[in-house]
Design a protein around this ligand. Structure first.
Ligand code: GLU
Length: 452
C-alpha cells in the first residue's frame, strides 16, 4: 500500500474514534480533521509523537466547566443561560483564550475554538496554553444594564476557575471592552484582589495599548509577510473584508495605512459594496456606528450612497485580497471558486475557521496564498500575552513598543509556517506549516512531562 492511502486510512480511523467520543460536535470534528490531516503524516515520520499518543491526548480537553447563568432582564423576566469554560491544554502556559456570547455557542463550537487556540497560542512564541469559553446568551438588543447583570452573574461562577497563573480569559464575538470591564469589576469585588486575570481591559485598569486593534492589524501584517515572501506587496491592492466587529474594523484600518483599497464590510444582515473604497472618514463613521451606536451595516449604504446586499456575503466581488473576519464557516467552496475566478491572490483569515475544508482545498489547488486563522489571527492573543507581561511587570508599554512587538511576532509566525510549509515549485502551504509549527512546541512539552 502506498503512503498516501496509508495515511488516509489512519486519518479515517482517528476521526471515527474522535467522532464516537464526541458525538454530534461537527465544528469540533471539522477543526480536528483539518489538523490531523497534516499531523498524522508528520507523526508517522516523527514516531516519538505517535508513540507518546500525543494527538489523542491533545484532542481531549483537560477539562470542561459547564454552568448556569441566571439573570433578570429590565422587565423583571428571569433567564437561565448556559455557559462554559473549555480548558483545553496548559502544557506551555496558563490557559488563555476568549469568551464568546452568541446564540450559536455550543460545547462543540467552544471545543473547536479551544483546540485551535492551543496551536495558535503556541505559534505566538509566548507562554500561553489554550482555552475558550462563553455562553449561548444573545446580547443583541439588550440594554447596558442587562449586559452588566449577565456578566456579573457569569463571573460569580467563573471566578473560581480563573487566575493570572491559571486561566486568563479575554474577549471574542460580542465580548469587548464593556463586557470585560463588567467581568473584571465583579472578579475584583469577589476576590478582593487586583490582578491581570482578564485581558482586553480598559487602559485605566491594566489594559494594553493596541490590544483592540491587534487581531485586525495582525491579519494584515501576516498578509504583508505572505505577499513580501512572494515578491509582492499590500500597497495598491483591492481588498474584501467581511464582518464589522473588532477584527474587521482594525483590519480595514491597517489596510488603509498600507495603501490598499477596502471595498466591502458586512454584518449578519448582509454586506455593503463601496467601489470608491472605505476611506478614513467613512471608516471613522463605521467604527462609531458599530462600537458606540451598535447600528446595522445597511446604514452605511444609506449614508454613503452605495449598494447593500441583504443576506449575502462579499465573496462574489472582484478584488485582489480577501479577509474573512466575521465568523466560522462563512466562506464556502462556491465562494472560494468565485474568488479564484475573479483573480484573488491571497486570503488571510481574521475570524476563527471562516473557510470550510472544501473552500481551503480550492485555494490550495489554485495556488492562492492561504493564511489560516491560527497563524493570521494570532495577533489578538499575542497582544493579550503582552498585556499579561505588562500586568506582571506593573508597567505599560507605549503604542509603538506594543505595535513593534506585534509586527515581530507576526513575522516570526510567518517564518515558522515557511519553515514547515515550503513545497517544491509551489507556493508555501501555510495551513500545514501552521499546524506543524504550533503542534511541535506543545507536543515536546507534553512528552517532557511524561505520562500525565
Ligand atoms: N478571542 C481571540 C482569539 O480568538 C483572543 C483571545 C485572547 O486574547 O485571549 O484568539
Amino acid at each position: 500500500m502506498n503512503t498516501k492511502t496509508n495515511s488516509e486510512k489512519e486519518i479515517k480511523a482517528f476521526m471515527s474514534g474522535l467522532k464516537r467520543r464526541n458525538p454530534g460536535e461537527k465544528e469540533f470534528h471539522q477543526a480536528v480533521h483539518e489538523v490531523v490531516e497534516t499531523l498524522l503524516p508528520f507523526t508517522a515520520e516523527h514516531t516519538k509523537y505517535r508513540d507518546g499518543y500525543i494527538l489523542e491526548r491533545m484532542t481531549e480537553p483537560d477539562r470542561i466547566i459547564t454552568f448556569r447563568v441566571t439573570w433578570e432582564d429590565d422587565a423583571g423576566q428571569i433567564h437561565a443561560d448556559r455557559a462554559w469554560r473549555v480548558q483545553f491544554n496548559n502544557a506551555i502556559g496558563p490557559y488563555k483564550g476568549g469568551l464568546r456570547f452568541h446564540p450559536t455557542v455550543t460545547q462543540s463550537v467552544l471545543k473547536f475554538l479551544g483546540f485551535e487556540q492551543v496551536l495558535k497560542n503556541s505559534l505566538t512564541g509566548l507562554p500561553m496554553g489554550g482555552a475558550k469559553g462563553g455562553s449561548n446568551f444573545n446580547p443583541k438588543g439588550r440594554s447596558d444594564r442587562e449586559i452588566m447583570r449577565f456578566c456579573q452573574s457569569m463571573m460569580i461562577e467563573l471566578h473560581r476557575h480563573i487566575g493570572e497563573d491559571v486561566d486568563v480569559p479575554a474577549g471574542d464575538i460580542n465580548v469587548g471592552a464593556r463586557e470585560i470591564s463588567y467581568l473584571f469589576g465583579t472578579y475584583k469585588r469577589l476576590e478582593n484582589r487586583f490582578a491581570g486575570i482578564l485581558t482586553g481591559k480598559g487602559l485605566a485598569f491594566g489594559g494594553s495599548l493596541v490590544r483592540k486593534e491587534a487581531t485586525g492589524y495582525g491579519a494584515v501584517y501576516f498578509m504583508q509577510n505572505m505577499l513580501n515572501h512572494a515578491n509582492d506587496e499590500v500597497k495598491g491592492k483591492t481588498a474584501l473584508v467581511s464582518g464589522s466587529g473588532n477584527v474587521a474594523l482594525y483590519c480595514m484600518e491597517k489596510l488603509l495605512h498600507l495603501g490598499a483599497k477596502v471595498l466591502t464590510a458586512s454584518d449578519s444582515s448582509g454586506f455593503i459594496h463601496d467601489p470608491k473604497g472605505i476611506d478614513r472618514e467613512k471608516l471613522d463613521w463605521l467604527i462609531d456606528l458599530k462600537e458606540n451606536r451598535r447600528g446595522r451595516i445597511s446604514e452605511y449604504a444609506e449614508k454613503f450612497g452605495c449598494e447593500f446586499h441583504e443576506g449575502k456575503t462579499p465573496w462574489g466581488v472582484k478584488a485582489d485580497l480577501a479577509f474573512p473576519c466575521a465568523t466560522q464557516n462563512e466562506l464556502h467552496e462556491v465562494d472560494a471558486q468565485a474568488l479564484v475566478k475573479n483573480g484573488c491572490i491571497a486570503i488571510a483569515e481574521g475570524a476563527n475557521m471562516p473557510s470550510t475544508a472544501e473552500a481551503i482545498e480550492v485555494f490550495l489547488q489554485n495556488d492562492v496564498l492561504f493564511g489560516p486563522a491560527k497563524a493570521a489571527n494570532a495577533g489578538g492573543v499575542a497582544v493579550s500575552g503582552l498585556e499579561q507581561s505588562q500586568n506582571q511587570l506593573r508597567i505599560s508599554w507605549s503604542r509603538e513598543e506594543v505595535d513593534d512587538r506585534l509586527k515581530k511576532i507576526m513575522e516570526n509566525i510567518h517564518s515558522k509556517c515557511v519553515q514547515y510549509g515550503t513545497r517544491e515549485g509551489k507556493p508555501v502551504d501555510y495551513k500545514s506549516g501552521a499546524n506543524i509549527a504550533g503542534f511541535v512546541k506543545v507536543a515536546d512539552a507534553m512528552l517532557a512531562y511524561g505520562v500525565v
